[in-house]
Design a protein around this ligand. Sequence first.
Ligand SMILES: NC(=O)c1ccc[n+]([C@@H]2O[C@H](COP(=O)([O-])OP(=O)(O)OC[C@H]3O[C@@H](n4cnc5c(N)ncnc54)[C@H](O)[C@@H]3O)[C@@H](O)[C@H]2O)c1
Length: 332
Amino acid sequence: MQGRRFLVTGGAGYVGSHLVLTLVERGAEVVVIDDLRQGHRAAVPPGVALIEESIADRRRLAEVFAAWRFDAVFHFAALSLVGESMRDPLRYCSENLSTSLAVADAAVKAGCLRFVLSSTAALFGNPKQVPIPEEAELAPTNAYGDSKLMVEKALGWADQVHGLRSACLRYFNAAGADPAGRIGEDHEPESHLIPLAIGAALGTRPPLTVFGTDYPTPDGTCIRDYVHVLDLADAHVRVLDRLDGRSVRYNVGNGTGYSVKQVIEAVERVSGRAVPHGFGPRRAGDPSVLVASSAKLRAETGWAPRYAALDDIVRTAWAWHSAHPRGFADRG
Ligand SMILES: NC(=O)c1ccc[n+]([C@@H]2O[C@H](COP(=O)([O-])OP(=O)(O)OC[C@H]3O[C@@H](n4cnc5c(N)ncnc54)[C@H](O)[C@@H]3O)[C@@H](O)[C@H]2O)c1
């Protein structure tokens, strides 16, 4: 990574900031553009330029690409709440598509022809096969997932016409934190299970609601694939070398699923505290099981999760949240 320079959109956010840390630790130079609507200045390591602007501003993007020569762009900045996307689908489709295309267009015009997109398992909707293979049918069941599919399709055209090589990484559930405790997850509103369960255990968030106990799973609760943020970051670095002459699409997940109840038990084991929780009805549109097959990613890049066990993932999240119960506001 020494001598290479990257632009990271949304690099002050949860997953993006863990990639930034990884790139910096491997000797790369990084520039972050983030309007901090969800991100945190303190999540960006010292020495990394933070441009506090929206990626919707095409003129500003052109200036950024003119000021630095980037080897690649990592594009994280997006609206990403599934529930919100079903209340305001037009905003999700229009904003996620237009901002992504603004970044891709600026990259093409500047001759920066490597692009890594944060895509999502939401592309697969209700999968017919689990673990979900990378070639599975794409049939999103919400506007958020569809907005990412639109971006993936547009990137396909940009490859064909402009030679913009892209890696679309379909993340499953990002989880955990930097094990050294420097950064971690801090969303408001928070929609992810592990921080909500930990917040309930700490008393900083209300008791957890488990949505649905009658799914066709061994304990009746939904099963998801939790992948550690640093394993996600590692996948980003590895795919760069796959972008010579072609674009790629990969699933990034552990390949093992854990139920909501198993996550609650893991948080209780790791923290030594009870997770206050109650039960509610199913949420509309929640598939019962979402687990990735990342067979292609593993075979083609040598990627393998270093944090495959749920307790290891939860331990890093617990270390961050218990030391910073108010998130970055507690980092002094
Ligand atoms: N967290 C997950 O489990 C998960 C799963 C699948 C896909 N993803 C995707 O990964 C990406 C990152 O997710 P995250 O959880 O880190 O989200 P996040 O909200 O923590 O990070 C996104 C960052 O982008 C910034 N941002 C948003 N819109 C912007 C704009 N128009 N201009 C400039 N900055 C802007 C926000 O301030 C934030 O810092 C998203 O694209 C998301 O769709 C995340």
